[in-house]
Ligand binder design. Sequence first.
Ligand SMILES: Cc1cc2nc3c(=O)[nH]c(=O)nc-3n(C[C@H](O)[C@H](O)[C@H](O)COP(=O)(O)OP(=O)(O)OC[C@H]3O[C@@H](n4cnc5c(N)ncnc54)[C@H](O)[C@@H]3O)c2cc1C
Length: 392
Amino acid sequence: MHPDSDVAILGGGCAGLSLAMRLAESGAKGPKVVVLEERALYVPDRTWCFWADDDTRLRHLAQHRWSSLAVADCQTRVTVDCRAVPYQMIPSDLFYAAAVRAIAQTPRIELALNETVISEPRKEDQRWRIETSTQVRYAKQIIDTRPPPRPERESAILWQSFLGQEVTCETARFDPDCATLMDFSAGCEGTIAFLYLLPFSKQRALIEATVFAPKPLGPSDLAARLEHLVRQQVGGAGFSVLRTEHGTLPMGQATPAPLTDPTYVRVGVARGGVRSASGFAFQRIQRWAEDCAAALMAGLPPKAHAPDPWLLRSMDRLFLRVLRAKPEAAPELFLRLFAIKDSGHMIRFMNDRPTLADYAAIVWALPAGPFLREMTRSLPALSALFPGGRAG
Ligand SMILES: Cc1cc2nc3c(=O)[nH]c(=O)nc-3n(C[C@H](O)[C@H](O)[C@H](O)COP(=O)(O)OP(=O)(O)OC[C@H]3O[C@@H](n4cnc5c(N)ncnc54)[C@H](O)[C@@H]3O)c2cc1C
């Protein structure tokens, strides 16, 4: 006898657990689900930040809220008032614990920890055969949240790579009301490199070295930069490192083509889960989990991430192409965006919910030249009209 499920979720990270939590809300009703996760134990490995409005999922897990955000370079510092839609942080350990609790209370959902999917699932007699490190399982439908085996380097316009340390200082060093979204002042020539700083109290903060580059970077590529930033931020104060986190996120990937079999979907960060221009994924994953759970509860096939609206996708891709072609312009471009007088425009845009007025405010804030030049490069007919990109 092989264990059989209606739905197998491959990978119990953010996307897999978010969907399982959503399905658990329906109590005893609904499909029989197994979540297969290779980790034996959940540890605090990241924090998730986002702007929370009234219908934001899991807001109750947020541990810190910032009422203002700073973006800076050597000369300028812009502070964005976000009291109306605060920037918030959920520590991963609280999220994992909430998910594990919800699953444990739902007998039809099983979380199988320490169980790695070791080969690609195969369809046999209308069921998927899933070979794991401990057994063979079968399921009618699969939601695959595993990251691709290695970053598909050329598949993104830029990669966001970051290495961070949560530190605690012996003296007060931070302003817990204001997070630093981007500080380019310690940037390196020719790269888009900035500090990201989340102060949790006057003495404790997450300090991150972030780089946008054409290739993903590993922890060793970012270690010296992070060390410099940590020393700069703590000043001469004694400090200890509580934990370290690293990530690489694709920016500007093409929308993944759906698989031909509707009973198998791929989701998560590298499959449309991440917002191209920002790397934010947490709330997008929550929205997907809600839609996918509703489909499964209605007896429909699972859902992949819905593609972003055409205009949002096009603006993100154009912005990333300008950044890639002109990395030295990044501080100015981001400062202009965050300096828009009504901060709501930018926050709704970053939160995937722009109105037409928000799109207009963003286009108005940016210099036309680099964007027109980049557009002429990608449109052969326009290139012929503006050889050498004279449009700017
Ligand atoms: C350090 C870090 C900080 C981030 N901060 C933010 C943030 O502030 N805001 C935001 O919006 N986004 C953030 N992100 C981006 C995004 O929200 C996260 O990456 C999120 O965890 C993505 O969810 P996921 O389910 O796609 O991937 P994951 O959460 O990584 O889940 C994938 C799961 O699959 C499991 N797995 C892999 N292979 C197998 C296998 N063969 N068999 C079984 N299980 C397997 C893994 O163990 C993992 O648990 C951050 C990312 C990182 C890495």
